[in-house]
Design a protein around this ligand. Structure first.
Ligand SMILES: [Zn+2]
Ligand SMILES: [Zn+2]
Length: 492
């Protein structure tokens, strides 16, 4: 009885700052540190560019990686395992890291910073050679034969994905590529152990199980998949398209949006424009018989809705160009035109589902989408490799089933669900302090059950609920009365 009385009087510990319902929320005295956490809007130059914690990468991992790529010893790896260069000192590693960072357009810190860790930890292509004199196939009809399939797929799935990967390339150039089952083919595709041999009997090696595959330039073109790797279908399709790029004569690219970027940091479902252009430079644009390609996007037979007909929105975001998008159901709407028409979400953000809970774009240009327990991250409208992932793993401390999020100038995340909010600071551990969740009545007049939130480039924070929007006054954290969406957003 005593315990019950204590619980009634003081509340459960997690909610110790929450106001009981009979107290006027306006009278809550907010702890100073919460105010600082939530309302700090100064730019912080030391803040992490990305709110997610970086992957674990030890100094030894980094040294092996730099060695594999030839940054430490100044050579590309040969076909034997490189000796671990234990005598290499910190200065040499810092210099090699700087070279790596310069090549991949990261800040040249010489340190294992977050973005450098992300690249080092990513699965990658095992090809370390360059197609110095661009070799190309001298014929237009190429054949491939699948000698063995990656063990974690059934053969029909793997065959379908491989065919899809070849077609994605061949539809753009003056090439036709067909599978054959006979004794000989131009390109042999196979699943290989760590140590294996190439077509000429030379030793061939996968250094680690984060190596996805490697391939040979024309006019060999063989593709070897790493038998020790458990691929997802998304990863396998993307990796196969990358290796076919080599089989057709393309080198690695330092552009992160290219399918020929050596680290698999994004999932590709089609060939990006820059890679189509590189292929067409070798083979010319397509002028021979057409192949029909199954579309990656779902076709929609319903008439797309008009923005002004929406009763409510799911979420709103502004991308790094400042373009604002509204999401509702399976459609997105680009603001700026008069009464925009919905377009299927998956045509702009491949693999993103309908009915998104919340979204924002960070200063590193990446867009984060939340739905249920999962998070999708896009860069240049390409899904990052490995996504969707769990919110609990990627942004620890934030809950599932969010209603609205926005990211502050300082790179922190304010997340709202029903009548609670959480504040995620990527530079603190834990990122979400034990003071959260708190009631949204910390923000005067904020209604519960928001649909969406936006930190606009005009410097204001807006909230959305049904057909109304609300503006937050940043000087006293008071939310305005609702105004009709037509007044500012819908342009009906
Ligand atoms: Zn490659
Ligand atoms: Zn090989």
């Amino acid at each position: 009885m005593m315990l019950l009385l204590i619980l009634v009087l003081f509340g459960i510990p997690e909610y110790r700052y929450c106001a009981p319902a009979y107290i006027d929320p306006d009278t809550i005295i907010k702890p100073e540190h919460i105010q600082r956490d939530v309302f700090e809007l100064k730019d912080d130059v030391t803040r992490a560019l990305d709110p997610r914690p970086p992957p674990e990468v030890s100094d030894q991992d980094a040294q092996e990686f730099l060695n594999d790529l030839g940054f430490l010893n100044g050579t590309y790896p040969s076909d034997e395992i490189l000796t671990r260069a234990d005598h290499i000192d910190g200065d040499a590693i810092a210099t090699a890291l700087k070279q790596f960072q310069k090549l991949y357009q990261l800040p040249e810190s010489g340190l294992l910073d977050d973005d450098t860790r992300r690249l080092i930890a990513a699965p990658r292509c095992g090809l370390a050679e360059l197609n110095i004199v661009p070799d190309r196939w001298t014929k237009q009809l190429l054949t491939y034969k699948i000698r063995s399939f990656p063990a974690n797929f059934d053969p029909s799935t793997a065959r379908h994905l491989i065919r899809q990967a070849f077609q994605q390339w061949s539809q753009h150039a003056n090439l036709n590529i067909v599978e054959v089952s006979g004794a000989s083919a131009d390109i042999y595709v196979s699943d290989e152990p760590a140590l294996h041999r190439d077509r000429l009997g030379q030793q061939c090696i996968f250094n680690r199980n984060t190596t996805l595959a490697h391939a040979f330039f024309p006019e060999v073109g063989d593709i070897h998949f790493n038998r020790d790797r458990i691929y997802s279908e998304e990863e396998f399709l993307s990796a196969t398209m990358h290796e076919i790029g080599h089989s057709l004569g393309l080198d690695h690219s330092i552009s992160k949006s290219s399918i020929m970027f050596p680290m698999h940091i994004r999932y590709h479902t089609e060939i990006p424009e820059e890679d189509r252009a590189a292929l067409q430079a070798l083979y010319g644009t397509r002028r021979i018989f057409k192949q029909s390609i199954p579309s990656a996007t779902t076709k929609n037979t319903l008439k797309p809705p008009k923005l002004c007909s929406l009763e409510k929105i799911d979420t709103i975001l502004n991308d790094y160009h400042g373009q604002i998008y509204i999401f509702a159901g399976e459609y997105y709407f680009a603001l700026g035109e008069r009464n925009p028409t919905g377009r299927p979400i998956s045509t702009k953000w491949p693999r993103l589902p309908a009915n998104i809970d919340a979204a924002f774009t960070c200063r590193n240009r990446k867009t984060f989408f939340f739905k249920g327990s999962k998070l999708w991250v896009y860069a240049d409208n390409q899904l990052e490799a490995g996504y969707p992932k769990l919110i609990a793993d990627e942004l620890p401390g934030l809950p599932n089933h969010l209603n609205a999020v926005y990211v502050t100038k300082a790179g922190s995340i304010l997340a709202i669900r029903k009548k609670h909010y959480w504040f995620y600071n990527p530079n603190k551990r834990p990122q979400v302090s034990s003071h959260f969740p708190r009631l949204i009545y910390d923000f005067k007049n904020m209604p519960p059950n928001m649909d969406a939130a936006l930190f606009h480039t005009d410097g204001s924070v807006y909230f959305f609920k049904n057909r109304e929007y609300f503006t937050m006054d940043m000087t006293n954290f008071t939310v305005s009365a609702g105004s009709p969406l037509e007044d500012k957003w819908f342009n009906c």
